[in-house]
Design a protein around this ligand. Sequence first.
Ligand SMILES: CC(C)(COP(=O)(O)OP(=O)(O)OC[C@H]1O[C@@H](n2cnc3c(N)ncnc32)[C@H](O)[C@@H]1OP(=O)(O)O)[C@@H](O)C(=O)NCCC(=O)NCCS
Length: 196
Amino acid sequence: MTTIRDDDIPALVALAEGGIHDPDSMPFYFPWTDAPKDELARNMAVHYWQARAAFTRDHWSLELVVRRGGQIVGVQGFSADNYLVTRNGETGSWLGLEHQGRGVGTLMRQTLCAFLFDHLDAEEITSGAFVDNPASMAVSRKVGYSPNGQTREKRRDGELVVCQRLVLRPEDLVRSHHQLEVEGVAALRQLVGLDG
Ligand SMILES: CC(C)(COP(=O)(O)OP(=O)(O)OC[C@H]1O[C@@H](n2cnc3c(N)ncnc32)[C@H](O)[C@@H]1OP(=O)(O)O)[C@@H](O)C(=O)NCCC(=O)NCCS
C-alpha cells in the first residue's frame, strides 16, 4: 500500500467504473459511486486532491492505494481529528468487485491497523458499517474490532441507515502472518506532529 499519487487515479477510476458494489445497495455514507459516469473521474480526483490539500495536524486523512501482484485493486483509508490528543481515527475501504471475497479486504485492514498501532502510536481505531454490509462487518470482526453501539443516520441521499459502530484496541488486533515493512515513517510522523 502506498499513498495515492496522481498517476494512480486513472486506475482507481477504472476500478470504480467497473463496480464496487451491487447497484441496488449503497455501502457508503456519501453515495459517491452513484455519480453519473462522466462525473465520477473528476469527483474522485477532486476527493483525493482535497484530502491532500486539507491535511493539517488537527484533521488529516491517509488514502492508500492497495496493490495485489502489482495491480491496483482498491483503497484503504484512515482519517483522524485531533490525533495528537485522541490517538484514534476511522478506517474506510473499498475494492473493485472482481477483487472482493479473496481475503484482500481483511489483509489491507490488518496491515493499516498494524501500521497505525506499531508506527503511528494509535491507541484506538474505529470503523462503521451499515448493518446491510456483511462483508465489511466480517472484515472488522476478523481483524478484532468489537461492536461499539449502533447509530441511526440520514445518508446524504436522504435514506435512513443504521450503522454498526466498531472499535479496535491494540491488544485485540488479529495480525496477518505477513511481516509489516514500512518506508517513510519518519516524514509522516513529523507531518502529523508526533515528532516535533
Ligand atoms: C468490504 C470489503 C472492503 C471487504 O473486502 P473483501 O476482500 O471482500 O473481504 P474478505 O474477502 O477479506 O472477507 C470478506 C468476509 O466477508 C464475508 N462475507 C461476504 N459476504 C457476506 C455475506 N453476504 N454474509 C456473511 N458474510 C459475508 C466473507 O465470508 C468473508 O469472511 P470469511 O473469510 O470469514 O469467509 C469489500 O467487500 C468492498 O470493497 N465492499 C464494497 C465497499 C464497502 O462496502 N466498503 C466498506 C464500507 S463500510
